[in-house]
Design a binder for this molecule. Structure first.
Ligand SMILES: CC(C)(COP(=O)(O)OP(=O)(O)OC[C@H]1O[C@@H](n2cnc3c(N)ncnc32)[C@H](O)[C@@H]1OP(=O)(O)O)[C@@H](O)C(=O)NCCC(=O)NCCS
Length: 177
């Protein structure tokens, strides 16, 4: 599998929503209430929500397809620091892009798909003139934190991320390009 990223199209919305619903819980802390997770998914990861991201000029949705065409990963990008203006002071390099979601289906974890997706994302970002990408991931998400650090992301600090009224502590990372 090349694991190149493609622009999302309307026909992707249903499988994308299904992938997003399956994978969002993987990034949540183990003690987060299941009802809170379900509510977040239905508000932010529905087909309507993804259609709105597609149509928004400051969002971009990219998908990674397996050789047969099935979507096995996706990325949601937000221009600048609009993803969380409270994090703006932690981002060193501008212009920047926020990585709001970076998810791979669990059967492809450890396969190299995520690394190739990230390489493609870096190439696209450099080409667009961006000087860094940044993101925030839960402190308890040890696998994602290890993945980002091994790919050169630098920790910048923390932020509080609200999931359904529950305050979660995230680590903020930036990757200079
Ligand atoms: C984050 C994600 C994209 C990384 O992709 P991946 O294929 O799992 O990544 P890799 O296997 O290349 O790297 C993961 C690293 O974490 C390590 N790891 C695995 N489980 C771990 C754990 N419980 N604690 C610490 N490190 C762990 C792996 O050994 C590997 O490090 P290594 O290459 O030095 O051995 C993928 O796991 C994913 O989609 N997770 C669910 C969604 C998510 O959390 N997204 C990020 C939200 S911001």
């Amino acid at each position: 599998m090349t694991a190149r990223l493609d622009e999302v199209v309307e026909a992707d919305l249903r499988p994308l929503r299904e992938l997003a619903s399956r994978t969002f819980p993987l990034a949540c802390p183990p003690d987060l209430d299941a009802g809170v997770i379900v509510a977040f998914i239905s508000e932010h990861l529905s087909e309507e929500a993804f259609r709105a991201y597609m149509e928004s000029s400051d969002h971009e949705v990219l998908v990674c397809r397996a050789d047969g065409g099935a979507i096995v990963g996706y990325v949601l990008l937000v221009e600048g620091t609009a993803m969380d203006p409270d994090c703006a002071s932690q981002v060193v390099h501008r212009p920047t892009t926020g990585i709001s979601k970076f998810y791979v289906d669990s059967e492809h974890h450890g396969s190299g798909v995520a690394s190739r997706m990230l390489d493609d994302l870096m190439a696209r970002s450099r080409q667009s003139g961006v000087r860094s990408v940044w993101l925030a991931t839960n402190v308890a998400n040890a696998r994602a934190r290890r993945f980002y650090v091994k790919h050169g992301f630098e920790p910048r600090g923390n932020r509080i991320f609200d999931v359904g009224g529950v305050a979660n502590t995230d680590v903020v990372y930036e990757l200079p390009l």
